[in-house]
Design a protein around this ligand. Structure first.
Ligand SMILES: *Cc1c(COP(=O)(O)O)cnc(C)c1O
Length: 358
């Protein structure tokens, strides 16, 4: 078996143990004579899988009784629409913070639904950053405050979350379960699974039950959080296979120990940032206090060298290091399942590349 080091921002590296388990189960799921993709979603085999996925998330994130874990479809982009549809009343206003590309998409979609107040805007700043949590001029009576916990493209991350009278709604697509958070301080958390939870096709939503219940009831049922709460995330056929991989990935994380994993994430990122800081050849893209532990973004002295770096690293088995097309540069995405060995291999490659081209 030859697995490469995959630095892709999403879909991203999955734990090899999870892939092997899925392979073992693929044709004959735990002795039931068919694959999990062929089982009825209301049958006991699949129900146990979905229950495990939700139980693992409840346990790993210590989700309080006030909140409900939902497994939905439509990705984080679907949530950009669903959030204001449910939570932004016609006569209300929602506060949004602009920290970069993903926040901009969330803002754009919310403006299609209702009134939005962008209360902090550093989305185009270089070095890239997120707003300062203490400097937000929040709108009195806002329906909610939206933040993007980790900007996957720019590599900037909120290290401390703001406090707010309004419920805080957080896009955690690229850093959910990468660090310890207090779910009780959020009104709603959402994440597409394909970065740090599993494959694409399933979207995690953790919503405060009272907010869901008070949400707009005149929108289509499929768009309402309350519908999905009432139906245990089975209002329509769930993405069974994606949820099965989510169950295995969260089980893997429980076995690894979440606290150990969170420490390892900080350590992996530090190895890369130390390499950037030790060199005048490489420049980190994010402001020091906002450096993401999940997506490490950096530049080389010229775009030609960046293209050469991307090409030669690929040839060396370090894949998908090219930065997002909208910003250029390089990006190493190092979610939970990305091994420390791969980070060390990149650091060694960076040193060699600098020696040859610096
Ligand atoms: C990837 C990503 C999204 C978009 O996710 P989809 O599941 O493709 O809709 C949104 N927000 C952030 C922070 C992301 O990293």
């Amino acid at each position: 078996m030859s697995r490469i080091y995959n630095f892709c921002a999403g879909p991203a590296t999955l734990p090899v143990e999870v892939l092997e388990e899925a392979q073992k189960d693929l044709v004959d799921f735990r002795g039931c004579g068919m694959s999990i993709m062929e089982c009825s979603h209301r049958g006991k085999e699949y129900m146990a899988v979905q229950e495990e996925a939700i139980a693992n998330i409840n346990e790993l994130l210590n989700v309080p009784d006030t909140h409900e874990v939902l497994l939905l479809q439509g990705g984080a982009s679907g949530q950009f629409a669903m959030i204001p549809m449910n939570l932004l009343p016609a006569d209300g206003v929602a506060d949004y913070t602009n920290s970069g590309a993903w926040a901009i998409k969330a803002i754009k979609e919310a403006k299609n639904v209702g009134q939005v107040n962008v209360i902090a805007d550093c989305g185009k700043d270089v070095p890239t950053r997120v707003p300062s949590p203490d400097a937000l001029q929040q709108t009195p009576g806002a329906a909610y405050l939206h933040i993007t916990s980790n900007e996957t493209i720019s590599g900037a991350q909120w290290k401390t979350f703001p406090t707010s009278e309004a419920p805080i709604v957080a896009d955690m697509s690229s850093d959910i379960l990468s660090r310890s958070i207090d779910v009780s301080t959020f009104g709603l958390i959402y994440a597409g699974a394909q970065k740090n939870l599993g494959p694409s096709g399933v979207t995690l939503v953790i919503v405060r039950k009272d907010l869901a219940a008070a949400g707009n009831s005149t929108i289509p049922n499929i768009m309402r959080y309350q519908t999905h709460i009432d139906n245990g995330s089975m209002y329509n056929t769930p993405p069974c296979f994606a949820i099965y991989i989510l169950a295995l990935t969260t089980r893997w994380l429980k076995n690894a120990g979440p606290e150990a994993m969170y420490k390892q994430n900080v350590d992996k990122a530090k190895r890369l940032y130390d390499a950037l800081d030790a060199s005048a050849f490489y420049t980190g893209t994010a402001a020091l206090e906002c450096r993401s532990d999940m997506n490490v973004t950096f530049r080389l002295p010229s775009e030609e060298l960046e293209a050469q770096f991307a090409k030669e690293s690929t040839a060396a088995g370090l894949m998908q290091l090219k930065g997002h097309r909208s910003v250029g540069g390089l990006r190493a995405s190092i979610y939970n399942a990305f091994p420390t060995d791969g980070v060390d291999a990149l650091v060694a490659f960076m040193k060699d590349f600098e020696r040859a081209n610096g």
